[in-house]
Write a protein that binds this ligand. Structure first.
Ligand code: TXA
Ligand code: MG
Length: 303
């Protein structure tokens, strides 16, 4: 842990587990370190990064909170929620973090290793998911090494991520949903006391989901296919519709979310070995099922 914190403070790249997915961290106040993230991921530079801090106090002087931002932070931090907030004047963040935008995405992760690391670093840590750009997000340390070994300084191994899906992204005041994720939309709406709109403005800043094939496995993927129709493909099952690999045998969407990227990695490897594609059972489109379906749609996009 101390070595990881020292590497980060010296401008290095350290992957670390949050409760959502593994992040590829760098000191958010160090432009060179942030640039190294884009380079290691091979990421289009217009895609801004999420800044991670151990608590809300660590954001003072960096962003401004409106009433809804305050409410959501009180209720859901630490946890799988990212807020896009106006940058404070003269914030210490490198402009590369926000890709030059006047707003910045911020998050207080709950995972104990992330908390401990962020406290030791004592600076805001910019971290996208720790995968090469356009590939499946890592929910385990070995996923990180599969994609980024030799391109980063270290990975902290905290085992599998509890949530397994990226954070839900909201731009508050008034709240607009930018990405479905590990915090269910229903939970947000319950706290705000109203429905939350999705941002559909053309040309808006790209949330990762908007890059059509962002979560792409290396083989083709078809959604909403029953095991009985899967033929020779590697089938990813859900509930009673069992597959070669199954997201949740009991049909639990939270378990399915936690397993999603791990199962996709497995199915991708199996399908590649067999020279076939992937099919996935129908996943109910409610709660975390929405975020799962969003990720699956990206994975199935033609490319
Ligand atoms: O769970 C997560 O959110 C993980 C862990 C590591 O925290 N991180 C993650 O980061 O998924 P990433 O970079 O893969 O996705 C973050 C997305 C960016 O692609 C971008 O679209 C959006 O957050 N974003 C960042 N800053 C933004 C801003 N100022 N306005 C709108 N969207 C923004
Ligand atoms: Mg990502």
């Amino acid at each position: 842990m101390a070595e990881a914190a020292t590497l980060l403070r010296a401008g290095g790249l350290v992957a670390f587990p949050t409760e959502t997915v593994y992040g590829l961290g760098a000191d958010a106040t160090d432009g060179r370190a942030v640039a190294a993230i884009y380079e290691a991921k091979g990421r289009p530079s217009f895609n801004p990064l999420i800044v991670h801090v151990p608590n809300r106090e660590a954001l003072s002087g960096l962003v401004r909170f409106g009433p809804e931002a305050h409410l959501l932070a009180e209720r859901f931090w630490p946890g799988p929620l990212t807020l896009v907030l106006p940058l404070a004047d003269n914030s210490a963040l490198s402009p590369l973090v926000t890709a030059g935008l006047p707003t910045v995405a911020v998050r207080v992760p709950a995972a104990p290793l992330a908390q401990e690391l962020l406290r030791m670093v004592g600076r805001p840590v910019a971290a996208p998911s720790a995968n090469p750009s356009g590939r499946i997000s890592p929910s385990r340390a070995d996923h990180v090494l599969e994609g980024l070994a030799g391109r980063i300084d270290a990975v902290l191994n905290g085992g599998p991520c509890a949530v397994g899906l990226e954070s839900t992204i909201v731009r508050p005041d008034p709240a607009v949903l930018l990405r479905d994720g590990g915090l269910a939309r229903e939970d947000l709406e319950a706290v705000l006391g109203r429905a939350v709109a999705e941002d559909t403005t053309p040309g808006r800043v790209q949330a990762p989901g908007q890059l059509a094939s962002h979560y792409a496995p290396s083989v083709s993927l078809r959604m909403g296919v029953a095991a009985s129709q899967a033929n020779a493909s590697v089938h990813v099952g859900f509930g009673a519709d069992k597959g070669d690999v199954t997201l949740s045998v009991s049909g639990d969407l939270i378990e399915a979310a936690a397993n999603l990227f791990q199962v996709l990695h497995q199915a991708d490897a199996m399908a590649t070995a067999r020279g076939t594609g992937i099919t996935v059972s129908d996943i109910p489109n409610l709660g975390l099922g929405r975020a799962i379906n969003d990720r699956l749609r990206r994975a199935s996009a033609p490319r």
